[in-house]
Design a protein around this ligand. Structure first.
Ligand code: NAP
Ligand code: ZN
Length: 349
């Protein structure tokens, strides 16, 4: 298969600094779209993967899956994108194209295995897919998103993973007027969840381990914010919430949050702590509660989320950095030292 080259940032081994490298992109197939990457967000999943937290990282790795750009070339049979348009790529870039999950617009659950935008077996070139820490990206038009013309384009890139990852469960569990929603952890995902849940009309209570984020949560739109180490405050919320979105990236005790649910309530895990979490039997049988999970969202729902966020003027609180600052940014993300998403300005590469 014919290829082109692109400048990128990646690493060859676990935990080593990212540096400039050259990667291959496939030459356009008839339904492919190529874009110049303008901005790429930094998600905690990028950090988990470069550290090989889950054990499955394929090296060399080029991270990045909140990829916003401008279309530079289109294949002969592309009908839905034109050169010069804004476009986005999130986590999903391919799937089998015919299983039940695909037919239901849930490509991320493809029965034959979804292809993620980075560090996923590449169906065309072999090896692993290379992500958005690069000058260009190529994928089929079916997996590319139309990016509304957000005033602050860089701040819109994180919608492509953080946004959809919380929008999808908020919709699935019916966030809206009359619903009391809890958000656990105020990071990239958590702060988007506050904004989106409020825009859907829910009452939002956030739980944070960081004293500095308690006041900030209200600025972001939360109705109530609780420091989770304050047991007296925590106990006020016993049996008060309809469901909770748990965005925590490290091992933590979910049982204390199951206790905050009303009967038939659900804790929805979207965070990816590498270690298993323990659930006490009584914490779910009492009140017929559920402990569930959710993984990003399908392409059609991602487009719906982008349009919803544009309509409600929602983007991420972002710190824009140069590509060369990425290693420092990963160190700061690990310490929770970012309010609330790093976004790389790809013009710097
Ligand atoms: P992030 O910006 O680092 O936010 C994670 C937040 O979790 C932190 O800001 C902190 O919030 C809280 N936290 C961290 N360590 C904690 C600990 N030991 N105990 C309690 N709270 C802790 O990360 P992110 O980009 O939002 O991603 C969050 C998680 O979701 C990651 O594991 C990521 O891989 C995963 N993820 C999953 C999906 C999916 O589809 N399911 C998609 C994207 C990301 P406070 O300071 O407020 O306590
Ligand atoms: Zn992500």
């Amino acid at each position: 298969m014919e290829t082109t080259t692109s400048k990128a940032y990646g690493s060859e081994t676990e935990g080593t600094p990212l540096h400039e490298m050259e990667i291959k992109r496939r030459e356009l197939l008839p339904t492919d779209v190529e874009m110049e990457v303008l901005y790429c967000g930094i998600c905690h999943s990028d950090l988990h993967q470069i550290k090989n937290d889950f054990g499955g990282t394929i090296f060399p790795i080029v991270p990045g899956h909140e990829i916003l750009g401008r279309v530079t070339r289109v294949g002969d049979q592309v009908t839905s994108f034109k050169v010069g348009e804004l476009a986005g790529v999130g986590c999903i870039v391919d799937s089998c194209g015919h299983c039940e999950s695909y037919e239901e617009d849930l490509e991320m659950f493809c029965e034959k295995g979804v292809t993620f935008s980075f560090n996923s077996p590449d169906r065309h070139l072999g090896g692993a897919t290379f992500g958005g820490f690069s000058k260009s990206y190529v994928c089929d038009q079916r997996y590319m998103l139309h990016m509304p013309n957000f005033e602050n384009l860089g701040a819109a890139a994180p919608l492509l993973c953080a946004g959809i990852t919380v929008y999808s469960p908020l919709k699935h569990w019916n966030a809206g007027p009359g619903k009391k929603v809890g958000i656990l952890g105020i990071g990239g995902l958590g702060h988007m969840a506050i904004k989106i849940a409020k825009a859907m009309g829910a009452e939002v209570t956030v739980f944070t381990t960081s004293p500095s984020k308690v006041e900030d949560a209200k600025r972001l739109g939360a109705d109530f914010a609780v420091l989770s180490s304050n047991s007296e405050e925590m106990s006020k919320y016993t049996a008060q919430l309809h469901f909770i979105i748990d965005t925590v990236s490290a091992k933590h005790d979910v049982n204390s949050y199951l206790n905050l649910l009303k009967h038939d309530g659900t804790v929805v895990l979207v965070g990816l702590p590498p270690e298993p979490l323990e659930v006490g039997a009584f914490n779910i049988i009492m009140g017929r509660k559920s402990f569930a999970g959710s993984n990003i969202g399908g392409i059609a729902e991602t487009q719906e989320m982008l349009n919803f966020c544009y309509e409600h003027n929602i983007t991420a609180d972002s710190e824009i950095i140069a590509m060369q600052e990425v290693n420092e940014a990963f160190e700061r993300l690990e310490k929770g030292d970012v309010k609330y998403r790093f976004v790389i300005d790809m013009a710097s590469l």
